[in-house]
Design a protein around this ligand. Structure first.
Ligand code: NDP
Length: 249
């Protein structure tokens, strides 16, 4: 796979899955733009690691992806400092779980704003540059629950299945410009997002995974890198499931 000097933007690259994706692209020689929202120290740690240990170079960009103007500013800074974005990974995501009767409108909106509007703003901001180059790869991080539904996560599930619709529509719109748009739907991956779940919930989840173990952020990163590679150039509008057999489409 050849990624030398490709410019990659990973949203939410300061932790968890986004961190693993950023490091993988750094190892492959990319120029990596790590977006973070609150955790500057963690984003800096990831960038330092890439700059010291990998072939690629890395810079960090603070931006709350729910603010369109800030997203535009971030993308134009990246264009000035690293070049126009070749690969966008919409990874930033949050949960605010509750059963439907207790779910507050604000919690619904907050999750929607980060997971869907954030992805929408980032796609809009990078696609002009990609259209000019007639090249681009966009990968949206969905979730297994976007396909299965999940108790206590209706707001999150709406966003993760919504990302699949967004992926398909934008893939159709942009394919004539050489831009491929796909999704990766992780199952249960060991990160801070899942760490906080009670042990009994984790035990039940584990029983649902035919491979018998939780995934690692690197498992998701490998699928993302494949979709971003030239080897996946004939793939657009689809989803790779990385879930240990937990859900079979
Ligand atoms: P984490 O909670 O570990 O990390 C979330 C990342 O998103 C952080 O880097 C955070 O940045 C960033 N972020 C949150 N809000 C914003 C915002 N408004 N603007 C910019 N960045 C933001 O999550 P995971 O690594 O577990 O998950 C990554 C993605 O994978 C998410 O989209 C999640 O839904 C999806 N996923 C995760 C699964 C899992 O099992 N872990 C399963 C299926 C899907 P900062 O720290 O700087 O605030």
């Amino acid at each position: 796979m050849s990624f030398k000097d490709k410019v990659v933007l990973v949203t939410g690259g300061s932790r968890g899955i986004g961190k693993a994706i950023a490091i993988k692209f750094g190892e492959l020689g990319c120029k990596v733009a790590i977006n973070y929202n609150q955790n500057k120290d963690k984003a800096l740690e990831v960038a330092d690691y890439i700059n010291k240990n990998c072939d690629g170079i890395c810079k960090i960009y603070q931006c709350n992806v729910t603010k369109e103007e800030d997203v535009k500013k971030m993308v134009s800074e990246i264009e000035k400092e690293l070049g126009s974005v070749d690969i966008l990974v919409n990874n930033a995501g949050i949960t605010k779980d509750n059963i439907i009767l207790r779910l507050k409108e604000q919690d619904f909106d907050d999750v929607f704003d980060v997971n869907i509007k954030g992805a929408f703003f980032c796609i809009k901001a990078v696609s002009r540059g990609m259209m000019k180059k007639r090249y681009g790869k966009i990968i949206n991080i969905s979730s297994v629950v976007g396909f299965t539904g999940n108790i206590g996560q209706s707001n999150y599930v709406v966003t993760k299945s919504g990302l699949i619709g967004l992926t398909k529509s934008v893939a159709l719109e942009l394919s004539s410009r050489g831009i491929r748009v796909n999704a990766v739907a992780p199952g249960f991956i060991e990160t801070e997002m899942t760490e906080s779940l009670p042990d009994d919930v984790k035990k039940v989840m584990l029983e649902k995974i035919p491979l018998g173990y939780f995934g690692k952020p690197e498992d998701v990163a490998n699928a993302v890198v494949f979709l971003a590679s030239e080897e996946a150039d004939y793939i657009t509008g689809t989803t790779i499931h990385v879930n240990g057999g937990m859900y079979l489409p």
